[in-house]
Design a protein around this ligand. Structure first.
Ligand code: 2BA
Length: 107
């Protein structure tokens, strides 16, 4: 058995959630925040059989879109002088960790 931890943009969260549930996966959603953008994303926890992990990845791939976003950053020039320089970052898609499950128990 595997545990799939998938971090998905907040914009794609409902779509991913619906698709996983429709495909009969048991899913837990955590409201999380990306450390870089400090914006809301969703972390999905899916416990599933080894042979179904590819189906989970397929669903994540089809339902989370990659897009570019301009993000403001600030640079300090000393003496209280700051300049704001937007940079382009890629957001969306899914960041996925797949872990081996040693034991799965429901009590
Ligand atoms: P955030 O940390 O908010 O990052 C959002 C996007 O900003 C990242 O997309 C990446 O394109 C960019 N980014 C992140 N750190 C950066 C930096 N130091 N400099 C320039 N650009 C940077 P993704 O890589 O697709 O990550 C999406 C979200 O997945 C992240 O949100 C974070 O919540 C999570 N994540 C990504 N890699 C992770 C990891 N190795 N461990 C834990 N969480 C991770």
């Amino acid at each position: 058995m595997k545990l799939v931890l998938a971090i998905v943009s907040g914009d794609d969260s409902s779509k991913v959630s619906r698709a996983l549930t429709k495909a009969n996966f048991s899913v837990t959603k955590l409201a999380t925040t990306g450390g870089f953008l400090m914006s809301g994303n969703t972390t999905f926890i899916v416990g599933t059989d080894d042979e179904k992990v590819d189906d989970v990845l397929d669903i994540l791939d089809k339902n989370s879109k990659t897009r570019k976003q301009m993000v403001p950053t600030s640079a300090s020039y000393g003496a209280g002088m700051f300049s704001s320089m937007p940079i382009e970052v890629q957001v969306g898609g899914a960041t996925v960790f797949i872990l081996d499950v040693e034991q799965f128990v429901k009590l």
